[in-house]
Design a binder for this molecule. Sequence first.
Ligand code: MRU
Length: 354
Amino acid sequence: MPVPTIDWKGDAETGVAEIVDQTLLPEAFKIVEIRTVEEMADAIKGLRVRGAPAIGIAGALGAVLGMQGVKDAGFDEFFAKLTDVTNHLASARPTAVNLFWALERMRRIARDNEGKPTGQMKQILLDEALKIRDEDKRSCRDIGRHGAQFIKDGDTVLTHCNAGGLATADYGTALAVIFRAHEDGKRISVYADETRPLLQGARLTTWEMKTAGIDVTLICDNMAGYVMKQGRINLVVVGADRIAANGDAANKIGTYSVAVLAKEHGVPFYVAAPSSTFDLSMTSGDEIPIEERDGREISHSFGRRIAPDGVKIYNPAFDVTPAEYISAVITERGVIKPVNEENIRSLLPNDKTR
Ligand code: MRU
């Protein structure tokens, strides 16, 4: 069940990006046009488009938008502008490496084509952005294929945040594993953590599961331990925003708590992510930059103030799960198990595209 999370309409010179505005779900499913690089950076910052692979694609298309006004420039001028545009997009969110990976691909394809006329360069940038999107579609399918083996007929899966179609170009990473098991005819149930403070689990994951006709039960984040203790959960599968060379994985805040609970209760804990989510320049998760967001996301929830004015707030958007808590990482290239640097490096050779 692919969702048209992010797309492009028109040519390189005058076209626009289209995104599903995820802040409106589940009340409204609305596709909105993004016309400028500033609008794209704001959409990424404001989580109108979100999820690691999706913000990589959004960044790449944002770079195309940012270059539309450039006329007959020499390479140095063109590349200086592209650097400004990609730096602006890179400042939108710090944790998901897919954004920086995609922006670097856009700069690299421009460098590789030095000397071509401006109009052709713009087309080359659009082609590269759409290639990133199409590769992500294939990755989702391959992750689903590799991961479905871990789900048995009759299993109940817990997931955290949203690593589904809305977070990618196709049907997700963690949710791809669930979708594929469902397509294979396995009878499965899902528990979705609501994922405070921005409720990606409640708003987005349950919406995707219901749309696909998969049995889903919503719980508050603080209920995960109890449902595991009751023996209701057979496995956990989550996505990731950045995976270090040793396998430590950053994902939505609360993921680490779920991993610790899973270990305590003997429940396998899987991370599903494409190779664009690995950052082999970081030796461990301690180096991963963790986004801190506005305290209002915590103090003002459910449409009203829920904490006293002036209260101190700490709002990290992600946490890091150490590799030893992760049973396996499911990628489009295959499964990494056990999760350690040697296995990661042998599955993901340090090629030019990562
Ligand atoms: O802040 P968000 O909603 O962008 O956080 C998203 C997540 O943490 C996802 O689990 C992760 O990006 C993987 S998406 C396939």
